[in-house]
Design a protein around this ligand. Structure first.
Ligand code: FMN
Length: 158
């Protein structure tokens, strides 16, 4: 079964809502979803997954420090996350508010790891990942969860 980690930080619950929607999408696509807050994730534990989806609230136009901490600590698995599939989701207070910059900063870190990052092809969607805690954002998050399973299954690169 394709194993997908959904790792997120959420102080007031908005990003957690999206995390749950991503996990539901993973399960509905036949994948094995693990939902964890970022502080529960040990960087070595990332090796166990075929795909990793990271979610953050937008803080001053970028990811929250707790999410960056996990990313910085993932230096210990440098060159070992290669070819895993990656994706991101975010929430912000304002309609724009820095969603795209935050999504891209997470995807950038994944690219540095040599991961295969996926965007959001939904016509009305967020382009770079799921964005926003509203119904549209949840729809995007669900779709992203389904999609990452399909891509990881197709890639299946050792
Ligand atoms: C320290 C801090 C910085 C924030 N910066 C932004 C920001 O730059 N743009 C924005 O639209 N919202 C900003 N917000 C609002 C949060 O991104 C928003 O409420 C988010 O949905 C919270 O997610 P959570 O409920 O998962 O914690 C900020 C909130 C905090 C606490």
């Amino acid at each position: 079964m394709t194993k997908i980690l959904v790792a997120y930080y959420s102080k007031t619950g908005n990003t957690e809502e999206l995390a749950k929607a991503v996990a539901k999408g993973v399960k509905d696509a036949g994948g094995d979803a693990t939902l964890k807050e970022v502080d529960e994730v040990h960087p070595e534990g990332l090796l166990a997954y075929d795909g990793i989806v990271i979610g953050s609230p937008v803080y001053f136009g970028g990811m929250a420090a707790d999410v960056k901490k996990l990313i910085d600590e993932s230096i210990c698995v440098r060159r070992k996350l290669e070819n895993k599939v990656g994706a991101a989701f975010v929430t912000s207070r304002h309609r724009t508010g820095g969603k795209e910059t935050t999504l891209l900063s997470i995807l950038e870190a994944m690219l540095v790891h040599g991961m295969v990052v996926i965007g959001d092809p939904i016509e009305t969607g967020g382009h770079y990942g799921a964005a926003g805690a509203d119904e549209q954002g949840k729809k995007e998050a669900y779709g992203l969860g389904k999609r990452i399973v399909k891509i990881a299954e197709r890639l299946n690169i050792e």
